[in-house]
Design a binder for this molecule. Sequence first.
Ligand code: BES
Ligand code: MN
Ligand code: ZN
Length: 499
Amino acid sequence: MEFSIKSGSPDKAKCDCVAVGVFDSRKLSAPAQRLDKASGGFLTGILRRGDMEGKNGSTLLLHGTPGIAAGRVLLVGLGKEAEFGEKAYRDAVAATVRALKDTGSRNVLVTLSELPVARRNAAWRVRQAALAVHDTLYRSDQLKSKKDPDGAKPVLDGIAFSMAGKDARSAAVALVQGVAIAQGMNMTRELGNLPANICTPTYLAQQAQKLAREFKLECSVLDRTRMEKLGMGSLLSVARGSHQPPRFIVLQYHGGKARAKPVVLVGKGITFDTGGISLKPGAEMDEMKYDMSGAASVLGTFRALAAMKLPLNVVGLIPTTENMPGGAATRPGDIVTSMSGQTIEILNTDAEGRLILCDALTYAERFEPDCVVDIATLTGACVIALGAVASGLMANNDGLADELLEAGQVSGDRAWQLPLWEDYQEMLKSNFADIPNISGSRAAGTITAACFLARFTKKYRWAHLDIAGTAWRSGKEKGSTGRPVPLLTHFLLKRAGKL
Ligand code: BES
Ligand code: MN
Ligand code: ZN
């Protein structure tokens, strides 16, 4: 898809289609009024006949509108003008693309980008529009033997967003950002959707190295022997049941001043979570291929960050392994020693995410980080608490939590904070080791998982994103969402002074 920014009158635009918004009920948006005028009231006539009320998400395609250079005009419902906000804006852009992708239009001028959205500027509108377009057009056909079963190749390949002259410059910058973020999300989605027989720890490491070559990042991959030398006994205890060798990926992006402390992103990379000896039930177990979504979001964020050349230093850490049962697998009750020196009683081998993250969090100390953010499909309890709408956020520092919450708001990839009060730490007690890997009770499962991680993050500012509910969709629309790449990239953009 080729994106561009255009200023000028939509009635004169030489393209296959001009998309204009209509508010509920039957009120033309400003760009639509311009077309209406140029067409001698043609659009007003259509509305009067009752074919387009302006309900959000509805569309009406018109051919051969008099006085308009483009062969087609697409009317797009925006919903009630008083309620036209961030969601309605995104939904309207998505509806535009859905309506046009199966028509003969190649090049389209979308004028929705001119519509004011409360509290958001032109750059926001363009960034969000680019994301909404990519999101709507994304299809996972990497493993289909025929790419387009209906023989219907999508023809839509050029979208211009119209913008008033004064906003054109900031819009152009935002467009580059939006495309970079969308491509990062696509990488995350492709990796997430790959099955575990292809997307192994070794494969993830290869993808990281490929990304590093393409974008001139530093990348090293530690194997089992190196991890043993570092004392990563907790991470390695998860890998014991698997025939796939574990990997520990270290990515470094040096875009900032040499002395500037890095942001460290840590992604859970369980390429398949059977639960181990604490085996999961069979229903929907295939979805546990998505248990590396945290890792995939770190890779996607690095792709976006490097494409945008942000002036920051960022480190990515990805502990990756399968969690399998087997003769050598860790048993419930086994006690292991983490890299931090703390001993862990593994009471449930299905609480494996925290076991691989804790060693990565200890490893993070060597970078003297400004802050550390881990991203993990960590608890089913988070799906119960927040569903598919918000990621769970917990932190040992309120300033960092606020930055991430704000990044979620602005990007539309929202997170919601849960408390990490000391009181919850009492739920993690072991009779035999320093700490158990699960609490004795199912209560507050998302928080007690974070409490476990908090025992390993005392030396720096740290936040934890539980993306168990947001990283993929289940059911008929099953597939990776690419979240929380928008949140993470906006967090970094803001830190780089680019928002
Ligand atoms: N990867 C799962 C969490 C998960 C489950 C994410 C379902 C999305 C959907 C994680 O490793 C896990 O199994 N967590 C356990 C922890 C429990 C044993 C304390 C859980 O949530 O059931
Ligand atoms: Mn598990
Ligand atoms: Zn897991």
